[in-house]
Design a protein around this ligand. Structure first.
Ligand SMILES: C[S@@+](CC[C@H](N)C(=O)[O-])C[C@H]1O[C@@H](n2cnc3c(N)ncnc32)[C@H](O)[C@@H]1O
Length: 228
């Protein structure tokens, strides 16, 4: 979906509820000060996070995504101000040198990876000592609704129809138990320092009282901060 609908995705996430009003404010609240930091944006999409890092005074911003169309949008938007290239994150970060990043983000991406081992091992390798990663993903409790095996502890490829880009699209992703995510983090040597299930803001209530009520009662995303 992200390659075929890259432009539509870019337009939709500017001001929609799930990305602009829910995911980004909650992830950004866990980021801390970005000024002067070297930042790596994994699964950068069309660059909404890169835009934020530049406006917050990051020293450098590097953007990676599997989709060449997304990487092109980022290059067109920001030119030389960011470094952007195509990378399948299931293979880790083979082009990145050790110990160079202060901050890594990976918003709404890891559910597209079958195995998290290579990614988290390389996140540890490329972070500076004391550096940290913040990522978001589907809440394992929420994704259990899509299970076809009926076992929460299975990792399985599931499918759902989403309307993010203004037209219904079938999206496939992996659902997995929380312990598989935490094991990938800690086995890589990282320590989990914060977990959030997202605050639901007044802005969401104004935009859609129905979605506000749903998000207040049902977890949708999980946000995890981990440190080297
Ligand atoms: C939901 S979008 C999130 C984009 C961006 N982080 C944001 O918050 O707007 C998921 C992104 O993950 C990328 N992606 C999916 N599988 C990937 C993989 N194996 N390696 C790298 N990126 C991947 C998609 O191309 C897409 O841009």
């Amino acid at each position: 979906m992200y390659s075929k609908f890259a432009q539509q995705y870019d337009e939709a996430v500017k001001d929609n509820i799930y990305n602009a009003l829910f995911e980004r404010p909650n992830l950004q609240a866990m980021l801390g000060d970005i000024e002067g930091k070297n930042v790596l944006d994994l699964g950068c999409g069309s660059g909404v996070y890169a835009d934020y890092f530049l406006s917050e005074g990051a020293a450098s911003v590097t953007c990676l995504d599997f989709s060449a169309e997304m990487v092109d949008i980022v290059k067109n938007k920001f030119g030389q101000r960011v470094s952007a290239y195509v990378q399948d994150l299931s293979e880790g970060l083979p082009k990145e040198a050790d110990g160079q990043y202060d901050v890594i983000v990976c918003p709404l991406v890891i559910h597209y990876l079958k195995d998290l081992t290579a990614l988290f091992s390389d996140v540890y390798r490329v972070l500076k000592p004391g550096g940290y990663m913040v990522f978001s993903t589907h809440h394992p409790f929420a994704d259990f609704e899509c299970s076809t095996t009926g076992s929460y502890f299975d990792t399985e490829l599931v499918q759902e129809e989403w309307n993010t880009v203004g037209t219904p699209v079938q999206v496939t992703f992996y659902r997995r138990p929380l312990v598989e995510i935490s094991n990938a983090i800690t086995s890589a040597g990282l320590s989990i320092t914060q977990i959030s299930e997202g605050q639901v803001s007044e802005a969401i209530k104004q935009a859609s009282p129905k979605t506000y009520e749903r998000l207040r009662k049902h977890p949708n995303f999980i946000f995890i901060k981990c440190k080297k």
